[in-house]
Design a protein around this ligand. Structure first.
Ligand SMILES: Nc1nc2c(ncn2[C@@H]2O[C@H](COP(=O)(O)OP(=O)(O)OP(=O)(O)O)[C@@H](O)[C@H]2O)c(=O)[nH]1
Ligand SMILES: [Mg+2]
Length: 213
């Protein structure tokens, strides 16, 4: 028999255990709220779905695609230990057509503005192009809404260590005035940042059920 590990992992799960609940095209069609929800937002193709898959340890949780605009609905997943995670459609995908873009955009905006059960947001950006226009707006909005935000500089595997740290420091400086924002490098490919991000998200999912309005 192997020797038992001295490392206690009971407080930090190794992955988020989720099951797909439903997809919604608008706030009105969202499922009945239960526990806290953590939403994954960001530009199209920044890797929101891939990040979620890394956190669940299952490549098939959310659909990933090289073609931007893959996620077109609000996708809800029940988390085994309580709460939900929501994979949102991305913003800024010009080729989707103005009408489709506006439809997703207004569904995302409505969800972020009026979903009382929303506990926190994971903002996924590409480390090579962080803080694009709408990203900055979302950060400002989370401050006004008093909603915690985890800013992931995803695709960190695309940069060498020096460039990665430079990007991280640059972004940290610009968000220093937002105490509700936590920034970290992440790679859905290599798993960099996985443990830290998971600890933060798990704590949010166990937190109070709704935000103050
Ligand atoms: N190198 C690298 N590529 C990544 C990483 N995360 C995602 N990608 C790639 O980026 C592309 C977009 O990934 P998705 O997870 O579908 O992105 P998304 O933000 O959900 O996109 P939409 O649903 O269109 O908004 C895919 O080709 C992924 O394989 C990462 O950490 N490193
Ligand atoms: Mg997606």
């Amino acid at each position: 028999m192997s020797k038992p590990s001295t490392h206690d992992n009971r407080t930090a799960p190794a992955r988020l255990q989720v099951s797909f609940l439903t997809s919604a095209p608008s706030l009105a069609k969202c499922p009945q709220p239960t526990g806290p929800e953590v939403a994954f937002a960001g530009r199209s193709n920044s890797g929101k779905s891939s990040v979620l898959n890394r956190l669940t340890g299952n490549r098939r949780t959310a659909k990933v695609s090289k073609t931007p605009g893959r996620t077109q609905l609000l996708n809800f997943f029940d988390v085994k230990e309580g709460g939900r995670v929501v994979d949102l459609p991305g913003y800024g995908y010009a080729r989707a057509g103005r009408e489709a873009q506006q439809r997703w955009q207004s569904a995302v905006n409505e969800y972020l503005s009026y979903r009382d059960i929303l506990a926190a947001v994971v903002l996924v950006t590409d480390i090579r192009h962080p803080q694009q226009p709408y990203d900055t707006e979302l950060i400002g909005w989370s401050a006004e809404s008093q909603l915690p935000l985890l800013l992931l500089l995803n695709k960190a595997d695309k940069l060498k260590q020096g460039a990665r740290m430079k990007a991280l420091q640059g972004v940290r400086k610009t968000v220093a005035c937002f105490p509700q924002v936590n920034v970290m490098c992440f790679s859905a490919f290599s798993g960099l940042g996985h443990t830290e991000a998971l600890a933060i998200i798990s704590a949010w999912l166990k937190g109070p059920r709704s935000r103050k309005r």
